[in-house]
Design a protein. Structure first.
Length: 572
């Protein structure tokens, strides 16, 4: 839906959300009818239209009241932070109270709006007003017996306002079976806005609807609106689509080993995260880690708690090493704690919108979602959460929701049935083994990233959540004391195996020593035998040499020839 309709000149109201629904504001220079029952906020909406026009857009305004005096009006809207007396003093606003005596009208039967036109025209001209409010129109025509005169004067009033070129709001009470008591205002108005106060499950919610808008497109749904110290805030929750931006940046979950399971980097910024599980599995503790990690990066976290007050959450988190109070003091963490029954679903959504716009957080935590669930309202809760998720995604705010899974139900489901809308789903489980309960975590899905398929046991300690390695025993995955017992058995067996290895190494070393000694002895014996043999060989060679020398000497003495000498040697 376009926020501005260029085909028709419009006057911005300055009321949060209303300009978006009306695609730019109310028809400029034309009358708008605002009708509804008592207490639905007609006068406040009309007054804020004038005040915002004067202070934000430089358009002075005139307020003509037929039921409340100027002093009463000033007192009534002071709670919204509007100082009417100051605006009047500066010439930005004119207040006038017109008393209509019904008894005189009934007695004389005379009825003429000329006096009102003169009075209103003077007020407009005196401050150069661009905006006018008449509150409420029934007071003018109440008691008028002739319906023909009523219709004529009503049309005359609306035509006079158009001729003056002022942007006007006329408030009217709801009629019996029709929008207003006279049943004609809606037909001569260029824009009709209805306000009502609806009840469901003992809670009341104010709603606004643009019933008619000539020459302009507009939102056609019922929109909840809030009246508080900042004025009126309308939440155009049903106009959101799927065109929100997508980020590739990753942010830490606050638990390092969980980040590893999520592909080493944690969640995508602007994504939606669901942490579900049975009671006592650590959902809020995981949310606390995420909040603390966000604040440690210098970013803001908005924490909506629906079951515990902020002080109790901070105390509980301190026992596991998370000092959330520190971040609260630095205004990086802000808690909004309220029971789901405090107001209706749509009003809760409106309050969340308002808080997000005021605080501008990077992370929003809702703990837990299923607090909104009552008998038969699952579809309404899903619709409300769908719009909330879309709202947060358009602002690139990472959202973490916790959801309690009741015993006996399938763990892989949520009461609000929003798992299909979630980007990352963490399932926390309570595993009963060996007569004790232990906690385990599994990632059911995480869109756009490779993630671990392991079911990991985790402990909640004085230093926060600690994920343990997967331990598989002979009978499957073990946790708790069963794991400790099996680890003890395996440590004993490992020790025995290590001791056997050491014994065998010692025996092998002993054998090596003996063998080395034997080799050394044999080496010595061999060397001795070798030395003796070599000596024997040497002696024999020496003997042979001496024998040859002796023969040569004898041959020389006998003067024998060489042949005889050789023969002699052969004999020898």
């Amino acid at each position: 839906m376009s926020t501005i309709d260029s085909a028709l000149p419009k006057a911005a109201t300055g009321i949060s959300g209303l300009d978006e629904i009306t695609c730019g504001g109310l028809p400029r220079g034309r009358p708008t009818l605002v009708c509804g029952g008592a207490g639905c906020g007609k006068t406040l909406l009309a007054m804020e239209f004038l005040v915002r026009g004067a202070t934000d857009f430089g358009e002075p305004g005139v307020f003509i009241a037929f039921e409340e005096t100027a002093e009463e009006l000033a007192q009534n809207v002071a709670s919204l932070g509007f100082d009417l007396n100051d605006l009047v003093a500066r010439g930005q606003l004119a207040l006038d109270f017109v008393a209509v005596e019904r008894s005189e009208l009934e007695q004389t039967g005379d009825f003429d709006l000329s006096g009102l036109f003169i009075r209103l025209g003077y007020a407009i001209d005196s401050i150069g007003a661009k905006r006018v409010v008449l509150d409420t129109i029934e007071t003018i025509f109440a008691g008028l017996p002739n319906p023909l005169i009523l219709r004529a004067e009503l049309r005359r009033l609306f035509r006079w306002l158009k001729d003056k070129g002022v942007t006007a709001i006329i408030t009217g009470e709801r009629g019996d079976g029709q929008l207003t008591r006279q049943g004609l205002e809606e037909y001569v108005s260029d824009c009709v806005i209805t306000l009502d106060h609806q009840q469901r499950d003992q809670t009341w919610t104010r709603r606004l609807r643009v019933l008619k808008y000539r020459g302009s497109s507009h939102g056609t749904n019922d929109y909840p609106f809030l009246i508080d110290a900042d004025g009126i805030s309308v939440t155009p929750i049903t106009s959101l689509g799927l065109d929100h931006p997508v980020s590739t940046e990753r942010i830490s979950s606050g638990v390092a080993r969980l980040d590893t399971m999520l592909g080493d980097n944690g969640f995508f910024r602007g994504s939606s995260v669901l942490v579900s599980g049975t009671a006592g599995t650590g959902k809020s503790s995981l949310a606390g880690h995420f909040a603390a990690a966000t604040c440690a990066r210098g970013e803001r976290t908005l924490y909506f708690a629906f079951e515990e007050p902020a002080a109790q959450i901070q105390r509980n988190m301190s026992t596991i090493g998370l000092d959330l109070a520190r971040w609260t003091k630095q205004d990086l963490l802000r808690f909004h704690a309220a029971r789901p029954s405090f107001t209706g679903l749509e009003m809760h959504l409106t309050l969340i919108h308002r808080a997000v716009e005021q605080f501008a957080p990077s992370v929003v935590i809702l703990d837990p979602l299923n607090s909104f669930i009552t008998q038969g309202n699952e579809l309404e809760v899903k619709g409300m959460l769908t719009r909330l998720i879309d709202f947060l995604k358009t602002r690139q705010i990472t959202a973490l929701f916790t959801s309690l899974t009741l015993g006996g139900e399938s763990l892989e489901r949520t009461d609000s049935a929003i798992s299909s809308l979630i980007d990352t789903w963490l399932l926390l489980m309570s595993v009963n083994t060996g007569g004790e309960r232990n906690r385990a975590l599994s990632i059911l899905k995480s869109r756009g990233m490779a993630h671990s398929n392991q079911t990991r046991e985790f402990l909640i300690t004085d230093n926060g959540i600690q994920l343990r390695d997967v331990y598989v025993g002979p009978g499957g995955v073990l946790t708790g004391s069963a794991r400790l017992a099996q680890e003890s058995v395996e440590e004993s067996e490992q020790l025995e195996r290590q001791q056997e290895i050491e014994r065998r190494k010692h025996d092998l070393e002993r054998r090596r020593t003996i063998l080395t000694a034997q080799i050394a002895a044999m080496q010595q014996e061999f060397e001795a035998q070798e030395s003796e043999t070599l000596a024997l060989i040497d002696r024999e060679l020496q003997r042979q040499a001496r024998s040859v020398q002796h023969r040569a000497s004898m041959a020389s003495v006998r003067r024998a020839d060489a042949h005889s000498q050789m023969a002699e040697e052969d004999k020898t």
